[in-house]
Design a protein around this ligand. Structure first.
Ligand code: C2E
Ligand code: MG
Ligand code: MG
Ligand code: MG
Length: 286
């Protein structure tokens, strides 16, 4: 039998088509609806200075408030969005929501130095720069409040084009972080060639600190190199105090993780910002 799969296209299903593929198709057409009906929401996770625990930024993390399945994490739908070509629309929506949130916090007088937004490699088209500029202008938000997080795979994709695009973002004042640093195909040439502002050390190098001597050596080397070429450093996935302390001693500047705060919705994040002042944070990370 045939089933509508969005637009006026029809997709023929074989009896043998497996359940997973069916689910995927259903989810894809539901994602189209989700984009129109504002079912996507952003959660925010604070990034803190590792020695003083002052707020240095927030990472925006998308969730899908699915009418049938509840709140879905990106692992359930980002790859699907990439495969189906919906990622650009999704990414634009995310950017729009994040910048609107920055404007809302600014209007409330809440100080969030910057918000980091994850950007898929497939969003790195020439239009992206204008799209971001327009969203920032619409909400009267300075570009310096925005950071774009890209994985290493995004940066190796298409050398010259990506380089120009990132340079345009930097010229505008947007900062650029390499996400999950160390697990992709990182080439040191990339770091020299591209206008990067920060490295986010992947959680896998953090999780076994401080017991794993090898990981200590790797993290130390990453930090030394990053600081020598003027990059900010952020450690991901800090869950334990010992990890925080070790990273602090090694000189990592910032970190995020469940130890400090889990990602929370906008409302709870605003409440957290309202009740959590920097001095309070310095005494006791929440
Ligand atoms: P990421 O950018 O590396 O984000 C960090 C992930 O680690 C988030 O998972 C976060 O909730 C989780 N995390 C934070 N602290 C801890 C911790 O202490 N321990 C552990 N175990 N995990 C921690 P989440 O929100 O499920 O996002 C997963 C990935 O999905 C992100 O990894 C990012 O690559 C992607 N993603 C999220 N939002 C977006 C988006 O708006 N657009 C795109 N293209 N990708 C996104
Ligand atoms: Mg990220
Ligand atoms: Mg990451
Ligand atoms: Mg990660």
């Amino acid at each position: 039998h045939a089933k509508e799969s969005g637009g006026n296209q029809y997709q023929v299903f074989s009896e043998h088509m497996n359940v997973r593929a069916m689910e995927r198709m259903t989810l894809e057409s539901e994602l189209r609806v989700a984009l129109e009906e504002d079912q996507l929401v952003l959660h925010y996770q604070p990034q803190l200075g590792l020695t003083d625990h002052t707020l240095s930024g927030m990472e925006a993390l998308v969730r899908w408030n699915h009418p049938r399945l509840g709140l879905l994490l990106p692992a359930r739908f980002i790859a699907l969005a990439e495969d189906s070509g919906l990622i650009c629309a999704l990414g634009l929506k995310v950017m729009e929501m994040a910048v609107a949130q920055i404007a809302a916090w600014r209007a409330l007088g809440l100080s969030v130095p910057r918000v980091a937004v994850n950007v898929s490699p497939m969003q790195l088209r020439s239009e992206l720069v204008d799209e971001i500029a327009q969203i920032l202008a619409q909400h009267d938000v300075p570009a310096a409040c925005l950071e774009v997080e890209l994985t290493e795979s995004a940066l190796t994709a298409d050398g010259p084009a990506v380089n120009g695009l990132l340079q345009a973002l930097r010229d505008m004042g947007v900062s650029i972080a390499i996400d999950d640093f160390g697990v992709g195909y990182s080439s040191l040439t990339l770091l020299r060639r591209l206008p990067i502002s920060a490295l986010k050390i992947d959680r896998s190098f953090v999780s076994e600190l401080p017991a794993n001597r090898q990981d200590i050596a790797i993290v130390e080397a990453i930090l030394n190199m990053a600081h020598c070429i003027g990059l900010r450093t952020v450690a991901e996935g800090i869950e334990h105090t010992e990890q925080n302390v070790t990273l602090g001693v090694l000189g990592c500047q910032e970190g995020q993780g469940y130890l400090f705060c889990k990602p929370r919705n906008a409302e709870d994040t605003t409440a957290w910002l309202t009740t959590t002042t920097a001095p309070k944070l310095a005494r006791a990370p929440v």
